[in-house]
Design a protein around this ligand. Structure first.
Ligand SMILES: [Fe+2]
Ligand SMILES: [Fe+2]
Length: 325
């Protein structure tokens, strides 16, 4: 046969021309036309180890119908690297059947932590808040059944934490960092309101669950909702905090502090913040958000590298990254 069954991260640019047969889930699929009017599919295929770009040239309609977002497929393809990165030229595809013995866990990337454990940590953090007002608002929003149901969503379509459980993992790690910042800058006369900082961390991206359009079985982000496009999760978060503050009777100043954290957490006007952070908890929220998203991007870019190896350029970081250990 000579065909090799490879995982996404085992397909390398050096293996040009190699035929592979593998199991993937279709992460994105767009129909395009070549300059001489032949139809092709431009896709991103994924399994639990990563993603790979794929094309299906001159594609018959049968495959256009089959290779839709969320489809679980067996693919025969030739590796035809493009710009130094492996790329699959798909020849044939079949829907996965029970005989293939492939589980959903083999096909999707998830965070390396248990969902229930992360949820429990967030709930315990809310319970531990000293300030009853911040506690009430955070608890009300976090326990919204839709938020709970969608808590396993990725944190983004691309960029950082774009995997199942990503949003929870992002909040979980940010809370751990937040506690450390309170410890270092706390002390006898604390400058930081712990409840406000932790509440801001839990709520800052919560409206992403209303901002993103997500395929429901494998939780693949397909795009953005209308309200997500028009308002974005920061402004939606501020509105949600405002409504909830009214419901639970939160004093106006505290409501405004938390709303400010929602709209300023992207830090700079050019990153989509409506205001730049004006107090310590807002500044820390932005910085901690940056730390966790950057660390994730570096982790993700170096996960298949050996010590001393350098990745391709990571556009969001504006540089390739090196794996040290
Ligand atoms: Fe955000
Ligand atoms: Fe974030």
């Amino acid at each position: 046969m000579g065909n090799e069954m490879l995982k996404a991260n085992e397909i390398k640019a050096e293996d040009k021309g190699k035929t592979i047969i593998s199991y993937f889930v279709v992460k994105s699929s767009n129909q395009r036309m070549t300059t001489n009017n032949s139809k092709f599919l431009q896709m991103v295929l994924a399994d639990k180890t990563g993603e790979i770009d794929a094309k299906f040239w001159d594609v018959p309609q049968k495959y256009v119908d089959m290779l839709i977002v969320g489809a679980k497929v067996k693919v025969r393809a030739i590796n035809e690297p493009y710009q130094g990165k492996p790329q699959l030229n798909v020849q044939e595809a079949w829907p996965i059947t029970p005989e293939d013995d492939v589980s959903i866990e083999d096909l999707i990337q998830s965070v390396p932590m248990d969902v229930q454990e992360m949820k429990a940590y967030i709930e315990d953090t809310i319970e531990s808040m000293e300030d009853e007002d911040f506690k009430k608002v955070t608890k009300t929003i976090w326990s919204n059944p839709t938020v709970q149901k969608r808590a396993e969503y990725p944190a983004a379509q691309k960029m950082h934490h774009a995997v199942r459980g990503g949003l929870l993992y992002h909040v979980y790690r940010m809370l751990k960092l937040g506690e450390k910042f309170c410890e270092v800058y706390g002390g006898e006369t604390p400058m930081i309101n712990r409840s406000l900082l932790l509440s801001g961390i839990i709520l800052h991206d919560v409206c992403k669950v209303f901002e993103m359009k997500v395929e429901q079985e494998l939780l693949i982000v397909e795009g953005y909702t209308d309200i997500g496009q028009l308002l974005g999760h920061s402004v939606m978060g501020a509105i949600y905090v405002g409504e909830t503050a009214k419901e639970v009777g939160m004093p106006a100043n505290k409501k405004q502090y938390l709303q400010h954290m929602m709209i300023s957490h992207h830090g700079k006007l050019e990153y989509g913040a409506a205001k730049e952070p004006m107090f310590i908890e807002a500044t820390l929220l932005h910085m901690i958000d940056m730390i966790d998203s950057r660390v994730y991007m570096i982790e993700d870019a170096t996960k298949d590298l050996g010590a001393g190896e350098i990745s391709d350029k990571i556009w969001a970081l504006n540089t390739p990254v090196l794996k040290t250990v």
